[in-house]
Design a protein around this ligand. Sequence first.
Ligand SMILES: [Zn+2]
Length: 453
Amino acid sequence: MAESAFFRKAVGAATALALAAGMAVLAAGWLTLLRPAGRYFGFRAHAATVQPEQGKHPAANAARIEQSDDRAKLIFELSAPLDATAFVLADPDRVIVDLPQTDFALDPETGKAAYPPHRKAGLIAAFRFGQLAPGKSRIVIELGAPAQVVLAACDKSDSDGHVRFVVELAKTDRRSFEAAVQTARIQLAALAQPKTAQKPEPESAKPVIMIDPGHGGIDHGAMVKGLIEKELVFDFAKAVAAKLDADGRFKVVMTRDGDSFVPLSERVRMARDGNAALFVSIHADTLSSAADVSGATVYTLSDRASDAEAARVAEKENQSDAAAGLDKTEDASDVSGILFDLTRRETRAYSHFFAHTLVNYWRVAGRLNKNPRRSAGFLVLKAPDVPSVLLELGYLSNEKDGLALASAQWRDKASSQVADAIEAFFAARESGATVTKTDPDRVPVGKIPSAGP
Ligand SMILES: [Zn+2]
């Protein structure tokens, strides 16, 4: 009981206990207890010393859910009051709560599974929180059933100055829910700022390599026992970028330079406007049903998935925008016509060529999935004119992969292989190796390692 009532990042155990004792009174049958992440108090204890600057932004220090069959409350404890706006979206059904920038001093896994799996789902199936854009934070609640927002506001201050921010939901029928979604969409469209055409980057004399660390901000990606995908892939991407920078032959650009949310279509736009010669998206997978599945996989874009596993991964990675509470957007590609079909075919041929190269280099340093080359409809790989691959570093759900991914030594070794593969790819292209458009899987000879996939 003591450990399960509240999550706190920066409280002493004594405070947590006192708090839990207080909560126990409230818990009579109605309170859904959140399970803490196992390593939380131990592993992240040092975080107490890096509390966000006091007073700069409101801080959320604790969160809990109260729910019955047809009502639910998600309650955050704040350091200062704030104003919020809330609305609902469908596909998947969500409640979006927009806030001014808020420092969430909470374990990111706090809302991952808002109810024990054996319980019947309440209105709140899960929730996440984090930064959406500079100055803006967001809470996204995944709904277990259609709901309406009764309240999203701060209610009362208690004696120690803490403020409770309450999102209260009530069950509603599908038709009323869809009507509320329509209203929200109309309001969102009215608020949307017209996209200012960004000036394309001037042509660089060096090939531009775009390294794309997946997820970021409110979109944490996969989370398993304290391993957070957005953090692991960012560290890995930085290591690859540093190695390529040191090489000096490339201009290296990252799609995000910190823990910020970047929509998938924006990543594609950056690759195109930045005249990228190669786009490498970096992710880490998880498969809770099969802890023995392990190793890295390199994905390219295809209209039809190479296999069911590839389809699953693409579907999950394509949820990135939905995870951040974005409405479903149309296909980002604004290009069509015969000229682009030719470009696209050539782009795909180079993407395949690089994917093979990457697999061959990777096997020197790291473990590969039993089928390391797959393809599916990844939105982030859709730039028609930029060769693009998506590297899943491994499975957070696999013990060996998890240990490797968390190790600086492994990261150093594996990121070197990625940088070397990129160098080999460009060396082969410059040496005149060509990839035929009719046979995209043909790997040209040259400086590519001879080991087959
Ligand atoms: Zn991912």
